[in-house]
Design a protein around this ligand. Sequence first.
Ligand code: SF4
Ligand code: SF4
Length: 334
Amino acid sequence: MIYLNDIKILFDYLKSNNQMVGLKKEGVRYFYRSLDSFDEWAASPLLGNFSPKDHFFPHDELMFYFKAQKTIELKAEVQSSVLWAARPCDIQGILELERMFNQTEYKDPYFMQRFEKTLIVGMACTEPWPGCFCTSVGGSPYKKDGADIFIYPLENRYLIEVVSEKGEEALKGLSAENASDAESLISKGRADAEDKIKPYKFEGIENKLKSMVDSGFWDSIHNPCIGCGTCAFVCPSCHCFDISDEAKGGRGLRSRQWDSCLFADYTLETSGHNPRPTGAQRWRQRLNHKFNYFVEVFGIYQCLGCGRCARACPVNINIAEMATKAMEWAEPSE
Ligand code: SF4
Ligand code: SF4
């Protein structure tokens, strides 16, 4: 571990060989974008309106061209990049995308080449947003897992921890003061940050949801939802996409776009049949995917507690409150 008085030193050091991607203000919102200089970085708030998912898995992505039934692969090289100062919850979101897109039987080359070429620099979240609940879903504002390098802001300087070999390689040659007395500073910072986060009780929710397949609960909660899909688009771990072909005269292109299980036509089949025609069924799917199915397959929640979906939802639906209601739900007696 090392100390740096000015975090710009680290930014400029990494920028010399990489595209820097960090939080940038555009209009009134904060997005992860390419940063041409340190001054473009929006150091606060650390939580953007959108997560860094778009850097690894773009909202609208060209996959390949085709001509007379032959595929023409894209030749462009993916540039090596640094994801700068990402929040721990967003890093967990990237790790969850990697679990989805890097399976033994199926690997997504589009996601994987960006993932492999990106150095992840995480930053401890000293001021959690009031809607955050990472500590209730296995996270922490100081969780460094998944980062290559992790930054802890201290009162007058920064503590930098090298977490992975990739991070060690990237920092070779950076001279800085060695930090041997840092553990207590990290523990104190972690405790202070975690104290600011509202706790929820989700233990056992996966079993409760399993027992609620035919519950009246879903009819009781879905009505305010207008199916706009905003919650999925801002979510760091939602990964559904749709594929489109555009063709004319034997030539064309294939691309993919983010999708949402709360869109009414998400499961609409070509025949016109829709196996999930109601909002109640769609909400059952969403809550189960986040708190049950992902636990069953990967042993972790798919929700990271970033709170973005509640902040962005036009009708104020809050997934943590929704999950709490599910935990407390008792079927009405006949
Ligand atoms: S479901 Fe909501 S709170 Fe959970 S990770 Fe996605 S955006 Fe964040
Ligand atoms: S953002 Fe809110 S209204 Fe829109 S789909 Fe999600 S829960 Fe429904």
